[in-house]
Design a binder for this molecule. Sequence first.
Ligand code: SF4
Length: 363
Amino acid sequence: MTLRQIDIGPQYLEEKEEFLLEKIADVKKRLGDQVMVLCHHYQQESVFGFADSTGDSLKLAKDAAKDRDRPYIVFCGVHFMAESADILTSDRQAVMLPDRRAGCPMADMAVIDHVEWAWQELEKVVSGAKIIPVTYVNSSARLKAFVGERGGAVCTSSNAERVLTWALSRGDKVFFFPDEHLGRNSAIALGIPEDETVLWKRGHHMGGNRPETLAGSKVILWDGYCTVHMQFTADHIRMWREKDSDIRIVVHPECRYEVVGQADKYGSTETIIKTISESEPGSKWAVGTEINLVNRLSRQFPDREVHSLSPFPCLCSTMYRIKPAYLLWVLENLAVGREVNRITVDPKTAEKAKLALDRMLAI
Ligand code: SF4
């Protein structure tokens, strides 16, 4: 969800970055154990340097939940991540998103009203079949709650295949939200025939499908996508292979199948980091994920060649909204006891969403 952000004023927005960074270091020191700054792997370097914990969205939410003594969690990520942290942390902890406009376009592609409408249509067409909903963690708390309420589970890019297997063992069909590509790549990895995976097009009657196609399907994919990972193409892979036969390709499963299928390896951000860090010095990599992570890996491993798979920088522009000025603004307000940009999930939604998250953790 993309929310409105108040104007934080020229005293933050017009300051030089050097000055802002000094002030962040100072106020963070003053706040001490009162605050925990969490940074996603895609965060820009000037903010990433202040992280108490780094990781993918779920790892960060779990880190926040483990450290129950810190009353303030400043989540340098996007909106759905802050929501997950609010769901998993205690009532005594407050989660803040430095810039409320930091939403995730993919999560926003599965609006709950549209999902409910699609679910009702599907239930009518395949009446008698048991449908299990699964949602990628990159989704709103309301969608997670919808899934939790209907016996489904959340998944991440590391465990999507496992969660899909679990869901198929419990029902006849899986409705997978919101990322078409993570769903498709996982279904292919599990050997589900192509004609048993169908795409549900948002805004179309029966998702643009014929009743018999839906009746014969096993996996129904919502047609959401990540605007960053969609920028990588099979042509980029061909280009690198022609240029350098020693290059290896590692990509995120939010990329299209034509990219994932031709890569040497694919996996979550944690898998990508592990792959590069465990590779031999001198190895060469073209990486299909967000540019801040690719550049960081390149700096961290100067004895390896780490390039972006795309010749153009693929930036998560919403996460990029979390700039030092906004981080400082939140921290300075906390230092005087003011909670700004707090992200909360109402208790009923949180309870149902937690069911879906807990199911995933138990799988
Ligand atoms: S990288 Fe893609 S999925 Fe992740 S927050 Fe950005 S738009 Fe959303």
